[in-house]
Design a protein around this ligand. Structure first.
Ligand SMILES: CC(C)(COP(=O)(O)OP(=O)(O)OC[C@H]1O[C@@H](n2cnc3c(N)ncnc32)[C@H](O)[C@@H]1OP(=O)(O)O)[C@@H](O)C(=O)NCCC(=O)NCCS
Length: 185
């Protein structure tokens, strides 16, 4: 059950103490092998999308407000034209508080913010049954290629603007890995 106050605040990736708390939470939620995932290759050395990282805090009678869930988004470039998309993730909820709606709160809040900020296309790697109610569908097989192994059934997209995924396909890279094609001769 959601308690009052559960509150969502912007997450500052430059706050080392907060980042350490979030890292510990992510380790508890995903296990320490999480960094071997392909999605981490897309985030390495990049800055999270401005204004789209959030922490969910919950009141604790002894410790005050405690970080209990996190979400962030990352810039992507897709295909030879470098079409812009954002990658959702990681999202994680403290294990003993999963299944009571905190993840859904963060999903709804951050997708609304993403749309308001003009982002049009969101990609993620995750379980379709969880993400489908938020508007995510499976990417048609072979349409996107990631820089590492991904189960095609878990590669999902969500159009924040209708048609945003039309004509988008190819290799998905982080902005610093993307090399725009230069015209020759
Ligand atoms: C996935 C996660 C973020 C969802 O947050 P949450 O607060 O637990 O989820 P909510 O309470 O908002 O939603 C609960 C519902 O989602 C379902 N659900 C949770 N995880 C699911 C999953 N992986 N696949 C399908 N359904 C899932 C629950 O069964 C529940 O369904 P119900 O409402 O019909 O009972 C959270 O469980 C988590 O941190 N998991 C570990 C890390 C992880 O897997 N992150 C996502 C990476 S893809």
């Amino acid at each position: 059950m959601l308690t009052n106050p559960d509150c969502i605040k912007p997450f500052n990736h430059d706050d080392a103490k907060l980042v350490a708390q979030a890292d510990a939470l992510l380790d508890r939620a995903f296990g320490i092998g999480r960094r071997s995932k392909t999605s981490y290759r897309l985030r390495e050395g990049e800055r999270a999308v401005e204004g789209l990282s959030f922490g969910l805090y919950r009141d604790d009678s002894e410790m005050g407000q405690v970080l209990r869930a996190v979400i962030s988004f990352w810039h992507l470039r897709v295909g030879e034209h470098g079409h812009h998309a954002v990658m959702l993730g990681p999202i994680a909820v403290e294990p003993h508080l999963q299944g009571i709606g905190l993840g859904a709160m963060l999903m709804r809040h951050s997708l609304k913010q993403a749309a308001q900020r003009g982002h049009q296309l969101v990609i993620l790697v995750g379980d379709e049954p969880y993400y489908a109610p938020f508007g995510f569908s499976r990417v048609p097989d072979g349409r996107l290629l990631l820089p590492g192994p991904v189960d095609p059934a878990r590669l999902l997209f969500c159009e924040l603007k209708p048609g945003a995924f039309d004509n988008v396909g190819g290799l998905v890279l982080s902005p610093s890995r993307f090399q725009p094609r230069t015209k020759t001769g």
